[in-house]
Design a protein around this ligand. Structure first.
Ligand code: FEO
Ligand code: CA
Ligand code: CA
Ligand code: CA
Length: 491
């Protein structure tokens, strides 16, 4: 099948212009359904959480019109003014915040041409900042996590990915401020969390072998010899690009037991100057052996370990995805204002022998943001099966307001960038979000006739809940929502 993929090139829509409207603007012929919005009743006595981010579609019976949708709920931030009246007690505020973060599992269906949520679903589930979660891997029970074998809750769930065995990996990103405000142990957050959406009673797991940092997402693939490889970005200025390689080999027939592969393996950080993956393994590095008490400690203080072995600091590594045809790896560096990189770029890594298990690589700059190319601050990435890269941008609302450098881009947008053909590297705008939002978490159904994504934090930066800068999507208050976009011709 791979041989037939060309890497895209044909643009299947009439590109739109940047927009400042408080609307989700799409090309002619495309429509969207709001599948779930913040506060919606999703069944089982639960409501949909705040600031949705990653969306992952899990087909039921291989259907592209019926499945489960996992949705991350990342943070509350300045949007808190909409969560509760100002006189609410601190305890109550924290309860409301904690319930609204984590993730949702909802069952969705396309009926009479429109996507709707099934409130009577037996899969409906909320994971919150108070759900009990098991630790696995080197840090489980270690002194570095104060001996914890399970921890309370997940939050700051940014992006993530799907495993090869139909579970979701949800990534804890900027957890510090909420963890501090709520009096939580900081070492219990900043991990990758696995949830099985098909088992509502299952206990989620935080896999400490994947390290602890501001996890943006996971991109899972296999090495030439069948081991599991997981690429990950650490979204902070001057942080690193990582990959994890399991000790064991993936076996399809093992189904959900393959999850064990995320418990034993080696975490590497990238050295872009030498083109090498550097192991963060106490047994392989005298320096790490001297400065860390255990491998669990290395996992808890991943950034320090990566710096110690000489990993390359990067301009906020956000989403990373593996190209469906040639297995090269695309990484979004969103920006780094500390040295004047306002617009970001997308790098493309080629592992030696095109083997994800290789410890050497080369890279090139695939696309650079800026007024000339039309996009800025690339964040979430997603490939369609033709090999077109879908790029969702995140120019933060404070930057938008303060600095002329972002003016021409208007509201945050989503773009398609072909990776081959005459349009290689050129950005075509597909969507423009409502005021103050970023669009996140794109995911196609298998037939690629529907694209799910989240409209996150519309109205961010509003100072008075009575006069928000956005009233999308229901003309009352701004509500972060998941939409299903229809109009694609499909595969
Ligand atoms: Fe939550 Fe890195 O964006
Ligand atoms: Ca992001
Ligand atoms: Ca992605
Ligand atoms: Ca971002």
């Amino acid at each position: 099948e791979k041989g037939r993929m060309k890497g895209g090139g044909k643009v299947p829509f009439q590109p739109i212009r940047p927009s400042s409207k408080d609307e989700l603007v799409l090309p002619r012929g495309f429509e969207y359904d709001v599948v779930a919005a913040w506060e919606d009743d999703i069944g089982s006595g639960e409501t949909f959480g705040f600031n949705c981010d990653l969306t992952v579609y899990f087909p039921i019976d291989e259907s592209s019109e019926h499945g489960l949708l996992w949705v991350n709920h990342e943070y509350t931030g300045s949007g808190r003014i909409f969560l509760y009246p100002p006189h609410t007690s601190e305890t109550k505020k924290h309860e409301i915040e904690q319930y609204n973060l984590g993730g949702s599992v909802i069952e969705v269906r396309k009926e009479k041409g429109k996507w709707t949520l099934d409130k009577s679903s037996r899969y409906t589930r909320r994971i919150t900042a108070n759900t009990m979660i098991d630790l696995t891997g080197p840090a489980k029970g270690d002194a570095a996590v104060n001996r914890a074998a399970e921890v309370k809750g997940t939050f700051a769930n940014c992006s993530g990915g799907r495993t090869l065995w139909d579970t979701v990996l949800s990534c804890e990103e900027n957890f510090d401020s909420d963890a501090k405000r709520w009096g939580r142990d900081l070492t219990h957050y900043g991990w990758v969390v696995e949830v099985d959406p098909f088992q509502p009673e299952s206990k989620p797991k935080k896999h400490t072998a994947l390290g602890r940092f501001s996890h943006e997402n996971t991109a899972m693939t296999l090495s030439a010899d069948g081991r599991l490889v997981v690429y990950m970005g650490d979204d902070a200025g001057n942080q690193h690009f990582y990959k994890y390689i399991s000790d064991g080999v993936y076996r399809r027939e093992n189904g959900k037991l393959n999850s064990k592969l995320l418990e034993k393996g080696t975490l590497y950080a990238a050295d872009l100057e030498k083109g090498k993956w550097l192991p963060l393994d106490r047994e392989k590095s005298p320096e790490l052996k001297e400065n860390f008490r255990s491998q669990g400690d290395v996992m808890v203080r991943t950034r320090e370990a990566a710096k110690m072995v000489g990993a390359t600091p990067l301009d906020r590594p956000e989403d990373v995805e593996v190209h469906p045809a040639d297995d090269s790896v695309y990484l979004a560096l969103t920006n780094n204002k500390s040295h004047g990189n306002y617009y970001g770029q997308i790098l493309r890594f080629i592992e030696d022998g095109n083997d994800a298990g290789s410890l050497e690589f080369s890279f090139e700059v695939f696309a650079v943001g800026g007024p000339q190319t039309g996009f800025a601050c690339p964040d979430n990435l997603h490939f369609d099966r033709q090999g077109n890269l879908w790029v969702f941008c995140d120019i933060s609302s404070s930057q938008l307001n303060q600095e002329g450098v972002y003016e021409t881009f208007k509201n945050n947008g989503a773009f398609m960038i072909p990776t081959a053909g005459k349009n290689r590297g050129q950005a075509f705008q597909f969507a423009s979000g409502p005021v103050g939002c970023e669009m996140t978490g794109p995911w196609f159904t298998p037939d690629e006739k529907t694209l799910f994504f989240a409209v996150q934090h519309p109205g961010e930066g509003s100072e008075d809940p009575a006069s928000p800068t956005s009233r999308w999507p229901r003309k009352d208050k701004p509500r972060s929502s998941v939409v299903a976009v229809r109009g694609f011709k499909g595969r």
